[in-house]
Write a protein that binds this ligand. Structure first.
Ligand code: Q46
Ligand code: ZN
Ligand code: ZN
Length: 305
């Protein structure tokens, strides 16, 4: 297959778009598509400050790279979870994030060390809470809280994550499988700030297949941590991804249509009915909004120590 833009040999063939591009024109297309998503979903403007959630993996580093190349004011936040598991996962992923920042003078990386700040790493909190093998819900709670805190304290307008189409389609699949209507209501490329202490959240890569973000990092020579978090093994989201990959194999574009048609349906009003939003109030300790009667779930985690 030849590159559609110049006729040279193609480096990546995207069957779902019926598009083949070379190593020069694929990154160009990738930037254009990201810019289009940012504009179409009104994610943020050039005057706004963006905080990118950096894991050290390919999607988050690719997102940071693209936003910098597009001229956005983008800083990164890396949450050091203290996960070792015999593979120094956190230490190695932090090194990748720091190395990227060091190569980009315009990029500032904020590192949040959970063990240092709160006295326990994620595996230690999970151990104390009798969930040593399944720390993900605690980890997710801590990451969400800390990213929101850094975004608000740093005066950032928006928090951007590198979720790609494979991630979003797998989440959608899980939500539909269990008809989790509240989750479906909140699944969208932009979640507005709520004015009560929750930052705006955006996913500029939500329409890229994972192999496209992988191709971008490869062509741009971005060094990232290839391993998944050791606790990700066996996660249902991975099983959903495999199911969707099989469907994609038999019917190219299946994954993209599943997700983008959901977005179109939502824009046309699906799930728009007034939800019974829980009453929120600021947590007396951290001031972040919570529906819990007193301290928020994050602060309660540490109270019980
Ligand atoms: S980092 Fe944390 Fe993930 Fe690791 S412990 Fe689970 S939630 S798998 S995205
Ligand atoms: Zn070309
Ligand atoms: Zn709190």
């Amino acid at each position: 297959m030849r590159c559609r833009r110049c006729g040279n040999p193609g480096a990546i063939n995207m069957r779902q778009h019926k598009l083949s591009l070379c190593t020069e024109h694929f990154p160009e297309w990738f930037l254009e598509q990201t810019q289009r998503a940012i504009k179409n979903y009104r994610m943020f403007a050039h005057a706004e400050r963006v905080l990118v959630a950096i894991s050290g993996g390919k999607d988050s580093l690719a997102l940071w790279d693209v936003l910098l190349k597009l001229g956005y004011q983008a800083d990164g936040v890396y949450i050091d979870l203290g996960i070792d598991h015999g593979s120094s996962y956190s230490a190695r992923s932090k090194d990748k994030a720091a190395a990227f920042a060091a190569q980009h003078p315009a990029a500032r990386l904020i590192v949040v060390d959970i063990l240092h700040l709160y006295g326990e790493s994620i595996p230690q909190v999970a151990q104390r809470r009798h969930r040593p093998q399944r720390p993900c819900s605690i980890c997710g709670l801590i990451k969400r809280h800390e990213m929101n805190r850094v975004a608000l304290e740093g005066g950032y307008d928006v928090l951007a994550t590198g979720h790609n189409l494979d991630d979003e389609a797998a989440t959608l699949f899980g939500n539909v499988l269990h008809w989790q209507v509240d989750y479906l209501r909140h699944q969208f490329p932009v979640l507005p700030a709520d004015g009560q202490g929750l930052a705006r959240k955006v996913k500029p890569f939500c329409r890229f297949y994972e192999r496209e973000t992988a191709a971008y990092t490869l062509i741009r020579g971005i060094d990232y941590i290839e391993d998944e978090c050791p606790y990700a093994t066996g996660a249902t989201s991975l099983a959903h991804k495999e199911t969707l990959n099989r469907m994609e194999h038999d019917s190219p574009g299946a994954k993209m249509h599943f997700y983008t048609n959901f977005l179109k349906a939502k824009e046309a009003g699906l799930f728009a009915a007034e939800e019974t939003a829980p009453e929120l109030h600021p947590c007396p300790q951290c001031r972040q909004p919570t529906s819990a009667p007193d301290l928020c779930n994050f602060c309660r985690l540490w109270e019980e120590k």
